[in-house]
Design a protein around this ligand. Structure first.
Ligand SMILES: Cc1cc2nc3c(=O)[nH]c(=O)nc-3n(C[C@H](O)[C@H](O)[C@H](O)COP(=O)(O)OP(=O)(O)OC[C@H]3O[C@@H](n4cnc5c(N)ncnc54)[C@H](O)[C@@H]3O)c2cc1C
Length: 375
């Protein structure tokens, strides 16, 4: 049976961009996903700025902009309504059903073989090294060998579980959910994130979609530890935000036009080992989500970029050992860890309203720090 250079498990933004880049570099790459696309992914639909260079490199950005919305600015508030506002140049909102499909199609166009409704349920192993995937495809149990497997299979990652690298620390894992609403008044254009007193210690996120009947994606993020201890359910807290917060006012006459969908979000506060012999974990599978406002799309793409560099070197050298693939972790740590650490510190501050208020007030009077945050 054919041995692939790389099998990428999961065609979310991390997996599709990784497969596209590998194919562009001449690799024989297989991208598999258990869903049939286009598929839903609960999200506030923000494709953040750190992914943009990659979307441009693989030739997907123009289509994403055409189908999405480059919002002009971003507003963040703390529980005492201190507002931080900054311009946005590159990040965009696009329903994940649409944006992820563009990225998956791009991977196929660039030469990756894409198999949908391929459910990976185990890894092939040879002499202690990952040597492919096992799964169910077209009604049969199958085995597909590969030199390298990249786990991009999201926050419930089977690949991470099979490697013994799945982390689940309730202080660093969040519950997040979203629903779409019509008739926001006035129409929303700014991307908003509110650590509102009526939702604390979680946050509410409002994300605009002018190209889709002007629906607003209302999302929430709530750290698991207080969530499991909470006396009120999250839907009630959202209702209270809408009824009581000055930032909820524009949603008071809005009508919900979708179901609420929730999902597990593994933040980088719990990030651990992200590689093994023959395998690497990217995106949510490796807990790469920003712990402050739960931005994970761009981080899945960025971590995928470092996995691509490492995979190309490993294929050239013919070395897929754990020691060789450790270079992946060195790369992302050098480039991504300082920002992830800073956002983790902010997320710890965000567990205490007074501390978060003081931090926002400090940031507001510090243009340099603000520029770093939004720039
Ligand atoms: C409500 C909510 C709001 C959010 N808002 C934002 C936001 O606005 N901006 C942002 O940047 N991040 C946001 N996030 C986080 C963001 O959704 C994730 O960080 C991002 O989707 C990670 O991308 P990924 O490619 O790693 O994984 P995913 O996008 O989860 O993709 C994983 C893919 O793997 C497939 N898969 C899973 N298991 C298997 C298997 N066994 N076999 C084969 N395929 C499999 C899945 O079908 C899926 O397509 C939000 C999360 C939630 C829950």
């Amino acid at each position: 049976m054919k041995t692939w250079d790389v099998i990428v498990v999961g065609a979310g933004p991390g997996g599709s961009t990784t497969a596209a880049r590998l194919a562009m570099a001449g690799c024989d790459v297989l991208l598999v996903d258990k869903e049939r696309f286009p598929r839903e992914k609960p999200c506030s639909d923000v494709y953040g700025r750190y992914g943009v260079d990659c979307y441009k490199e693989i030739g997907a950005y123009d289509e994403m902009v055409a189908k999405g919305f480059v919002f002009p600015d971003l507003a963040l508030t703390s529980p005492d309504y201190t507002e931080l506002r900054g311009p946005n140049l590159l990040s965009l909102t696009c329903p994940r059903r649409v944006g992820d499909n563009i990225l998956k199609e791009t991977a196929a166009r660039k030469g990756a073989t894409v198999l949908e409704q391929f459910w990976v349920n185990d890894l092939m192993m040879k002499r202690g090294q990952v040597s492919g995937v096992k799964g169910k495809f077209e009604g049969r149990f199958v085995e597909y060998p590969a030199r390298i497997v990249i786990g991009a299979d999201g926050s419930h990652s089977w690949v991470a579980k099979r490697l013994g690298l799945f982390a689940d620390n309730y202080d660093e894992v969040f519950l997040a959910g979203r629903a779409y609403y019509a008739n926001c008044d006035p129409p929303l254009r700014t991307m908003e994130v509110h650590y509102d007193p009526y939702f604390f210690p979680g946050f509410v996120c409002l994300s605009p979609h002018p190209g889709y009947g002007d629906v607003v994606n209302m999302g929430i993020g709530y750290q698991m530890t207080p969530y499991v201890q909470a006396k009120e359910d999250v839907e009630k807290l959202v209702e209270r935000f809408v009824e009581t917060s000055p930032y909820g006012e524009k949603m008071r006459k809005a009508r919900r036009v979708s179901e609420w969908m929730g999902w597990r979000v593994p933040s980088a506060g719990q990030i651990g080992k992200t590689y093994a012999a023959g395998a690497m974990l990217i995106g949510d599978a490796g807990s790469f989500v920003d712990p402050f406002i739960l931005e994970g799309v761009a981080n899945s793409v960025r971590s995928g970029g470092y996995a691509v560099q490492t995979a190309l070197e490993a294929l050239e050298k013919g070395d897929f050992s754990e020691g060789f693939l450790a270079a992946y972790e060195e790369r992302w740590k050098a480039k991504m860890k300082p920002r992830l650490d800073m956002l983790h510190q902010l997320s710890v501050v965000a567990r205490n309203a007074e501390m978060l208020n003081a931090t926002f007030q400090g940031l507001k009077s510090n243009p340099g720090a603000l520029k770093k945050m939004f720039g």
